[in-house]
Design a protein around this ligand. Sequence first.
Ligand code: UDP
Ligand code: MG
Length: 327
Amino acid sequence: MIMMISIVVPCYNEEQAIPSFYDETTKIIAQIDADFEFIFVDDGSRDQTLPVIKSLPPKLRCTVQYISFSRNFGKEAALLAGLEAATGDYVCIMDVDLQDPPELLLDMYRILCEGEYDCVATKSVSRHGYSPLRKGFTKLYYALINRMSKTEIVTGARDFRMMTRSMVNAILQLQEHNRFCKGIFSWVGFNTKWLTFENKLRVHGTTKWNFFSLSAYAIESMVSFSTMPLMLAFFFSFLLLAAAFVLCIILVIKAIGGSAVMGLGILCALFLVGGIQTGCLAILSLYFSKAYLEIKNRPVYIIKETNINKTLTPTTDQKEASHEIIT
Ligand code: UDP
Ligand code: MG
């Protein structure tokens, strides 16, 4: 039986990168004896991304499908839409900027066919091309999140991977709104084989992330996959109570000894207490804001246009409305 492989490609303002990505990738997949479907997800691009996708020439044993969002919903939303639309026995996720080497598809396919693994994932061993600041923060981020979260987030892991249908179905069961794919891939389990490669430079355009969007993404992933900050709030409160207790004893001893308590000390203590309380409140509000978004149950994305006939598979009534296609 001939296999079907889906390749999900999120694209945000990538009019320049798409043609070379398509050329390079189709050259490689021609060596694989399977049918392919590309699912390009135009994540609300403001350039000619969608017309460029539509103009891609059809190739033998390979179809080009697209989903175009009504606005930019972010890469995580694009990945969800692509995975929901994918019909393949194996599903692959790839960035469009050729930072994910297409030649690895051959190894991925071969390894999955052997049957021992459910997923062949990739990690880059270098951060060639990234600024020293980004390298530093990335290192700090992985150190922090792996201390905080029970779910392992593999250092240098990329979203570039090929998965079996059963793993994709498991991922689709997680319909959470604050999505962090690297965590979700790890959380669902399954046997994963890791391939490593040297980080490559983008072929066209620039990265879609800046310092602020990356920091927001990092914080979001920590809140999604760890309750450790909540424990910190408890820890601070405990410290505070213990300090207050000790302070009380000192005050009583001093008062008995007849010496005056310094006003400045009290003022400092007040500031300290205020600061810690505000910090704890900030942590709590982070979690409540996430819970608030989940309760609202807003759609993760809205499709403006697509050439895919399949109704994207919602699991609840609400999801039915959420994936409505507005043309
Ligand atoms: N991307 C997306 N939506 C966004 C940002 C990025 O679909 O809001 C896509 C982008 O077009 C690319 C992939 O996600 O195919 C990775 O983005 P990028 O190369 O900018 O990230 P980096 O490699 O710098 O981490
Ligand atoms: Mg990139």
